[in-house]
Design a protein around this ligand. Structure first.
Ligand code: 2HG
Ligand code: ZN
Length: 472
């Protein structure tokens, strides 16, 4: 793509739009907006960072960027794992960090309306004070922003019962790439008036519009929650048990999986110990509900099935301290691996749930054959795993080559099992080149046509998801 550089004149106009103090140009400032949680080698500097406060300011920035043919990369908290917020073509990074207000908690309609820069955990706690519940439990909940969650359609641990972020998004205010402010959806539980643009925007990774307000549906907070940590001697047995639980129709909120490399890494990182951490695998199961008896009854059924099915033990985390400890361990695995290895590629595959045993076996086999250590953890109840190839020894070039060979083979296998490349982290930058492995030409062309309709000059987050220049 051909874009123009950000000139001094453009910077002056940006200052007029958002105020001088909200336009950053120093090299230290620019460096802080060059990367999200993707690998370091994807780093790319913006030419300027702007921090608007209103949709009108954003609309003015987009009109200017269109006139000048300057790329704009929207950014929430920068906790994304696929490079969605990296300004690959330089240009403007449009940070939504100042738009951080919870605008309304509508108890009667059970909806909350927020700006995109609100921290997810803050919104969850705010609605809980009114007896309401936002159930999407993303690992980085204390730092990620809800705008990023919507843009990436974040999933997390409880998607098994409650779905992904998109399932809770009912209304959006969006600034289009050409600088119009549109309101999509609203507080209506049912609405089939035309195409579902709300859900088109969800997961569009900042390529179709800039989200400036979100109305989320809420539910009632479950009164009882039970968390179970279950070690297994054999990884295959642990995975097979997940299928059994799903087939037995025991309704669980989450079934998470951690293999022994992941557990050992996170123990070291958090300086903590989990029970039986020498075991090959752990499951972490959450059961929630309104009735104490029903929750415990489900817990007992899980206990009996898993003890019969080869579990070493079933630990009940029934107080805040133990619950926090086990969930923190699960949530911090990705950070732990990043801390201990030079090369880390956090993957995000998904397969139909009946194929998870095969998927895990194939990944182990691949990891042995390619001699790439690959811890596996993730949301196994959804068929969504984070195999994470890691390495300390290889140099950059060798790693790139070896990783690529590993990933191509893994994605082919996953595709053959009926799965796909990413369940919740997004395509972003790092998965574009693998799209043709899982998508038809027609599907890619349709997506490119959608992008063109929204963004004729291709200036909003160029080079992401389905780039217009991707030829297949
Ligand atoms: C996980 O399952 C996440 O640990 C890591 O997908 C992403 O929330 C995060 O930072
Ligand atoms: Zn995850």
């Amino acid at each position: 793509m051909q874009f123009n550089p950000v000139t001094q004149r453009v910077i002056e106009r940006l200052k007029q739009i958002v105020g001088e103090e909200h336009v950053l140009t120093s090299s230290e400032d620019l460096a802080r907006y060059a990367l999200d949680e993707i690998e370091e080698r994807y780093r790319s500097l913006p030419e300027v960072v702007v921090k608007p406060r209103t949709p009108e300011e954003i609309a003015a920035i987009m009109r200017l960027a269109n006139e000048e043919r300057i790329p704009v990369t929207p950014r929430a908290a920068g906790t994304g794992l696929s490079g969605g917020a990296v300004p690959v073509y330089g240009g403007i990074v449009l940070s939504l960090e100042r738009m951080n207000e919870i605008l309304e908690i509508d108890v009667d309609n059970m909806m909350v309306t927020v700006e995109p820069g609100v921290v997810l955990g803050d919104m969850m706690r705010a609605v809980e004070t009114k007896g309401l519940f936002y159930p999407v439990d993303v690992s980085s909940l204390e730092s990620c922003h809800v705008g990023g969650n919507v843009a990436e359609n974040a999933g997390g641990a409880r998607a098994m019962k409650y779905g992904l972020t998109g399932q809770w998004v009912y209304g959006l205010e969006v600034v289009t790439p050409t600088g119009e402010i549109v309101r999509l959806g609203g507080k209506r539980i049912k609405d089939v008036t035309g195409y579902n643009l709300v859900q088109l925007l969800v997961g569009s990774e900042g390529t179709l519009g800039i989200i400036t307000k979100i109305t989320f549906r809420l539910t009632t907070k479950p009164k009882y929650v039970l968390d179970l940590l279950i070690p297994f001697d054999s990884l295959e047995v642990a995975v097979a048990q997940v299928l059994d639980l799903i087939r037995q129709e025991i309704h669980l909120a989450a079934i998470e999986f951690m293999d022994s490399i992941s557990v050992r890494a996170v123990e070291r990182y958090l300086n903590t110990r989990l029970p039986y951490s020498e075991c090959e695998a752990h499951l972490l199961i959450q059961i929630d509900g309104m009735e104490e008896g029903a929750v415990w009854e489900a817990g007992e059924r899980v206990y009996h099935r898993l003890m019969k099915g080869g579990a070493k033990e079933v630990f009940v985390a029934d107080n805040r301290f133990t619950r926090e400890k086990v969930w923190r361990a699960r949530r911090e695995i990705a950070q732990a691996l990043k801390a201990f290895y030079k090369h880390v590629s956090i993957e995000d595959i998904v397969v139909p749930r009946a194929q998870i045993v095969k998927a895990v076996q194939y990944i182990r086999e691949l990891s042995d054959r390619h001699r790439i250590e690959t811890p596996v953890y993730g949301h196994i109840g959804d068929g969504n795993l984070h195999p994470t190839p890691v390495c300390n020894e290889r140099d950059e070039q060798t790693w790139d080559r070896d990783l690529e060979a590993f990933l191509i083979e893994m994605f082919r296998i996953v595709h053959n099992l009926g799965g796909s490349l990413t369940a919740e982290h997004g395509v972003g930058l790092k998965r574009i080149k693998y799209l043709p492995l899982v998508m038809s030409k027609t599907e890619i062309a349709l997506m490119q046509a959608i992008k063109k309709a929204w963004d004729p000059n291709g200036i909003l987050n160029p080079g992401k998801v389905i780039p217009l220049e991707l030829n297949v």
